[in-house]
Design a protein around this ligand. Structure first.
Ligand code: HEM
Length: 207
């Protein structure tokens, strides 16, 4: 057996253990069987994100993401809930959506879209209800009227705004794609990490 760091052993132990969640978040073997051990979940999410990425109300939230990435995150998140396996290591929904201003109406709108997609893929009605009940658990964490900072280790990280820095290695402006030499002063967006040259620094950047 290869010797590994204690942190790796800890992670492996966590992955091997099962969740003890109760209620709507309890493992749901019936759901996972109906999802054909994930194969149907994959197809459903392909279809769902195909619609989301061209939806006039939802697409703009995903402008810094890709369909593949969004789908894979959601797949592991839901697999973790439905099977009870600890396979999702992404952000918790509160942090993942911290910068998105999502109203109850928009949440309902997305919910309707997923519901219709589940029906289109012939998931049984009681299972659709159970899926929606899972989504509903996260409504409180996702719906908000103002963006809030993400909490990492109890510290709030800002959601919006810019800061300045000096590049230690050469890079490229995320606005005009001009080359930025090492040593140049740039502004960067605190959440997305996008880097801007002087000309492309947005006017509303508060520095
Ligand atoms: C109107 C409602 C929603 C919108 C606009 C929305 C939008 C987004 C966006 C833009 C991302 C980032 C994708 C990326 O980084 O590639 C994301 C990530 C995610 N969302 Fe949502 N979402 C919504 C509702 C939900 C709900 C109801 C759930 C859970 C049941 C959920 C679970 C997740 C998860 C697990 C991630 C991945 C987090 C990570 O990056 O680690 N979302 N969402």
């Amino acid at each position: 057996m290869v010797k590994v760091a204690p942190s790796v052993n800890k992670l492996r132990k966590k992955q091997d253990s099962k969740t003890e969640r109760k209620g709507d978040l309890a493992p749901n073997p019936e759901m996972w069987a109906a999802l054909n051990d994930g194969q149907l979940l994959n197809e459903i999410l392909d279809d769902f994100y195909e619609q989301v990425f061209t939806d006039e109300k939802l697409a703009h939230f995903f402008k810094d993401s890709t369909q593949q990435r969004a789908k894979e995150k959601q797949y592991l998140f839901l697999k973790g809930i439905f099977t009870g396996e600890k396979c999702y290591f992404g952000e918790r929904p509160r942090n993942a959506h911290h910068w998105m201003v999502i109203s109850n109406e928009l949440f309902d709108y997305r919910e309707k879209l997923i519901e219709e997609t589940l029906r289109k893929h012939h998931l049984a009605e009681p299972l659709i209800k159970q899926w929606i009940a899972v989504d509903e658990i996260y409504r409180k964490q996702i719906v908000k009227t103002e963006a809030f900072g993400k909490k990492v280790g109890g510290i709030e990280i800002p959601a919006e705004g810019y800061d300045v820095d000096t590049l230690t290695v050469g890079s490229m402006c995320d606005g005009c794609e001009a080359e930025l030499a090492a040593g140049s002063s740039i502004t960067y967006h605190v959440r997305t990490g996008k880097v801007f040259c002087k000309n492309c620094t947005p006017e509303d950047a508060v520095l």
